[in-house]
Design a protein around this ligand. Structure first.
Ligand code: M6R
Length: 604
């Protein structure tokens, strides 16, 4: 949510900043701006709208400088106007700041600074930061001391990057929002997320909460807020810049849907051995979870649907597990103790609601584990253990390939957990492991042969779209509906199929297509529910293998290959991803950047 980029080096900063903002646009796209040191002071261009609009305006009025900061915004305080776009400055424009997160005590700081004559021009919480720094400079503090003094007073969550007029230095601080430094020879980068500067370097150091980084042409210094040096190791990230580009695709979403054969192969690589009948999740030896008596899975959005999927597998195998919305955890968390394993599921590892729930679980004494896609993410570092889903970078705001990889990792974890807790595995390994090994190829087959585009076209003018499933088909129904509403802006709901008759059936008409997911678990009952909708005139689209009984009553069919019930839902989900994608494309929606949303939601 919101993207930060910074550059210090010998070359011109503008290209790096604009490339960084384009790479980060998935984090927010309400407004964008840059600030550079141009030799005589700080020069800023910022505006509401997309990075492309900022770029066009910079082409008309070029900016130059070797040091600069940039920001792409997802609005929290104040609408997406030119005034509210970052960077923000003090009244003299000698201090420029970009910020992600929320300054909780901004009202109090603003009142204090206003009383001392500071004039504010935006509705943002961020604007207090440059004014506060300038206030300390005016009181005689040096630039660095003024920066530290101001940061000490901030309450809330933040990643900030600051530039002061006349200095080739960037000051940065992190508390609760990610920041990473990239190094390539004498060029230095600062960003909220690695893809921002992946074209330039893969050598990075992550800031921890409470860290300050001072970046100048001589290097980077990491300290705590008091100025004591801290060690932050340089690491190499193994993401390829090509992975973060769109390639020949019109949209990241379709590229990422199509990447699932590869991402799933990466997810399972070295972790399963069908011949030996073994599942081997690195770092989780037999007995790792023998003290666990119950499991809670916390997550939001698509990750919550994967968490629900994982909880159902665990429950079916005799391990007590609950999936909980992380944003509800503070008010609905069941009790935990040291025998409770709390699993945070988060693609980004930076979702504020999930981090907050994870913190709560830790404070209350639970054991914690994170399932994430991002090495070094806050959730990975905050939990006792972590497992990577290895899906590769996901840029489209709609989560696609990461859902399937999360579900598979949770299934692998479920094996270890149930073995340790109840002495059994949830699966018939002789059939499950070969099926899991086949999954990437089966996803490829679905992608090759899908009829989703035709079906999306056929049902484009309907009123509401319902998705139903039972057992492991239920989280897939929820995910199908979330994807559909998120990128088409059409009304869509997911239901447990048996729940239709308890209320939602009242909404069913010939204008409400029902997508029915058949996973091989109690399909006869799901079929009955689909028939109940069909009887009321709703067109039914059955997602099931060829020759399945559902195809006899359905108006349309999206085929999935035969597989185990634990994997069928993942194949059905690929069909539903394609339906949503094509429906949104036909409607001309901005698929990778749906309105009002952002990839990583770093505010609660
Ligand atoms: O990074 P996370 O997995 O924690 O993100 C959670 C949700 O914000 C995310 O899954 C969201 O629901 C997706 N954009 C939906 O496609």
């Amino acid at each position: 949510m919101c993207g930060i980029i910074g550059h210090v080096g010998n070359g011109d900063a503008i290209d790096t900043l604009l490339t960084g903002l384009e790479n980060l646009e998935y984090r927010g796209y309400d407004s964008a701006g840059v600030a550079v040191q141009n030799g005589s002071g700080i020069e800023i261009q910022k505006r509401s709208g997309r990075v492309s609009e900022l770029k066009a305006s910079i082409e008309d009025r070029p900016l130059r400088g070797r040091v600069g900061i940039g920001h792409t915004r997802w609005s929290t305080h104040g609408p997406p106007t030119d005034e509210n776009a970052h960077p923000h400055t003090d009244s003299t424009e000698d201090v420029a700041v970009v910020h992600n997160g929320i300054i909780e005590n901004y009202a109090e700081l603003k009142e204090r600074l206003s009383a001392r004559g500071h004039e504010f021009t935006s509705d943002t919480d961020t604007e207090v930061i440059p004014h506060l720094i300038q206030q300390y400079v005016d009181e005689g503090y040096g630039n660095e001391a003024a920066f530290r003094r101001a940061v000490e007073e901030l309450e809330g969550s933040y990643a900030i990057a600051v530039m002061l007029s006349g200095e080739h230095t960037l000051y940065a601080a992190r508390q609760g929002s990610p920041l990473v430094v990239g190094v390539e020879g004498e060029e230095f980068f600062l960003a909220s997320d690695v893809p921002a500067f992946l074209e330039y370097t893969d050598t990075v150091a992550y800031l921890e909460d409470g860290d300050v980084a001072i970046v100048d042409p001589d290097g980077v210094e990491f300290t705590d807020l008091e100025g004591d040096s801290v060690d932050r190791d340089l690491e190499t990230v193994d993401w390829d810049p090509e992975q973060t580009g769109k390639g020949e695709y019109d949209h990241f979403m379709l590229k990422e849907i199509d990447e699932q054969p590869t991402s799933l192969a990466q997810t399972i690589e070295g972790r399963i051995d069908p011949e030996r009948g073994a599942i081997d999740l690195e770092g989780f030896e037999p007995g790792t979870f023998e003290d666990v008596s119950s499991v809670q899975l916390i997550a939001c959005g698509t990750s919550y649907h994967a968490a629900l999927y994982g909880s159902l597998v665990l429950n079916a195998a005799g391990v007590s597990a609950r999936a909980l919305l992380a944003n509800e955890y503070s008010v609905c968390a069941p009790p935990v103790d040291e025998e409770t394993l709390v699993i945070a599921v988060s693609q980004s590892g930076e979702t504020a609601d999930t981090l907050s729930a994870l913190r709560q679980a830790t404070e209350e004494g639970a054991r914690t584990l994170t399932v994430t896609n991002v090495v070094g993410s806050t959730a990975a570092r905050q939990a006792d253990d972590s497992v990577l889903i290895r899906a590769g970078p996901e840029i489209g705001v709609a989560a696609t390939k990461t859902f399937s990889s999360q579900a598979v990792v949770l299934e692998l974890l479920a094996h270890r957990l149930t073995r340790d807790v109840v002495g059994e595995t949830p699966y018939d390994l002789e059939s499950y492991l070969p099926a899991l090994a086949r999954l990437p190829q089966q996803v490829d087959d679905v992608l090759e042969e899908s009829d989703a585009e035709r079906i999306a076209r056929h049902y484009r003018d309907h009123e509401s779209y319902f998705f139903i499933g039972r057992g492991l088909g239920y989280p897939v129904a929820l995910e199908g509906a979330l994807k559909f509403k998120e990128i088409t802006y059409e009304h869509a709901e997911g239901f447990a199929s048996g729940e239709l008759k308890h209320g939602p059936l009242a909404l069913v008409t010939p204008k409400t297509p029902v997508f029915a997911i058949f996973t091989g678990q109690e399909d006869e009952r799901t079929l009955k529910n689909a028939e109940e909708a069909s009887t009321r005139g709703a067109p039914v689209v059955a997602i099931c293998p060829d020759g399945h009984r559902a195809t006899e009553i359905a108006d349309a069919h999206l085929e999935i290959p035969d597989t185990e019930p634990e994997l069928a839902g993942l194949l059905a989900n690929v069909q539903l991803q394609l339906v949503s994608y094509h429906a949104a494309d036909l409607l001309g929606r901005p698929i990778d950047k749906p309105r009002n949303l952002a990839k990583s939601v770093t505010v609660e």
